[in-house]
Design a protein around this ligand. Sequence first.
Ligand code: FAD
Length: 461
Amino acid sequence: MQSFDVIIIGGGPGGTTAARILAQGGKKVALIEDKHWGGTCLNCGCIPTKMLLGAVAPGSLLRAQERLRVVKGNVKVDFTALQGRVSRFTKGTSQTLAKALAGSGVTLFEGLGTCLERKEGQPRVQVVCAENRTDMTAPDVILACGTASAAFPGLAPDHQCVLDSTDLLQSAAIPESLIIVGAGAIGLEMADFFSAMGSKVTVVEAASHVAPTEDPDIAKEMLRALTKNGITCHEGTRAKDLRTVDGKAQLSLEDGTVITAAKALVAVGRSPNTEGLGVENLGGTKTPRGYAQVDENLQCASGLYAVGDINGLTLLAHAAEHQAAYVARRILGQADGPYESGPVPSCVYGGTEIMRVGHTATALLQQGKSVEVSQAPLSMNPIAQASGGTAGFVKVVWHEGRMKGIAAVGAGVSHLVTVAQMLLKEGYSGHRLHEIMFAHPTLDEIVPMAINAPRKAVTAG
Ligand code: FAD
């Protein structure tokens, strides 16, 4: 039985962040990973998707200049070369990450980690790798096992023509046509990339609009951009059955319509990697959707924490890192209050982007709160004008004179997310906003313009 101060299961952004901080703080740390160091984010999530989008981004900028009649010609993306680059980069970074962790004193285990019942009150974990089993114990265990693509009856990837996001990211060729079920961030980013690469893309979303967690006006602008790029969108439409038939993906909608395509992506959410993990063996419980249940200290039970996707609070890499840093500092005795996320930034990337920090107007109205909004169009911004990407706007959501959320839609708006977060978190509005000098010309200037714009009351419906 090996002894550690902390055992961490899962080597994604959550697990590796906690391991690094704890090792720096002098703790003896074991980190267990069964597939790939860097987790979903590095290997089949944030990073590969952004590398793909990065390759088609210049084309999108050039097309905007072409519409202004100042650019002519074509730029072609070599998909095989691009996939090679993504694969080399993610594998190389994964190895570098593991080396850096080992170099900082973290003991790495490659294998599947399972929680075992406590012995003399002390948590135990087993790692299984092929024929080898290693048992270990520590006073604190952190679960950072993340999530996998969710599947529902009738909507389950068969990995032939019906794919999950990991399958699609590993495609050897661009499908001539592609159905995407689910228009959240993953669905929209895949739609943007594969459409830019020449696929005929059809998006099906059960909610009343694409980008279902955003305000309808933001979603409407996104829909306009998708449609302009030749992407067919079915909003408020339920997918009933998706399967491979005669070498094609065949989707039946609830209204009886049947759509076929070379491939289909199921992007209807994520489900937690808690199956067989043994959370209960250490006194933890699961939510009805299978996530590890945590309290306000991200604790599942005495000496058991869960950070990142696995606790279901926020399924984003930076949230996993933020939570992990809090738990690591808590174990080191440097944080005693409850976990505070602050406003959580989120983005959808691509030719047309969405960013948001804080609440939507819709969410506040649903809580029965009075809401005002102020807005500024990207067409007022010199950098947006220079790049020809003037469609879209920044929207500020107010409740009782206080900023509650900042969102934007348009080309390049993901770059506004940190400035928006700082301004929102510190409450920079009114005379306080003048304390900050914004560089001119920058895309950032559109955010204070939206904050200072006249406010209009909005009502539900
Ligand atoms: P993960 O990154 O999932 O890491 C968990 C690790 O634990 C995995 O490597 C897994 O193999 C391992 N593991 C699981 N069970 C065990 C076990 N029993 N034993 C040992 N190891 C185990 N987020 C963003 O913030 N921005 C984005 O742009 C973004 N884009 C995305 C695009 C796609 C296509 C996808 C799928 C996700 C995207 N995400 C994005 C979400 C982001 O990847 C996750 O929120 C983030 O990776 C969660 O980090 P984590 O550490 O909680 O879990």
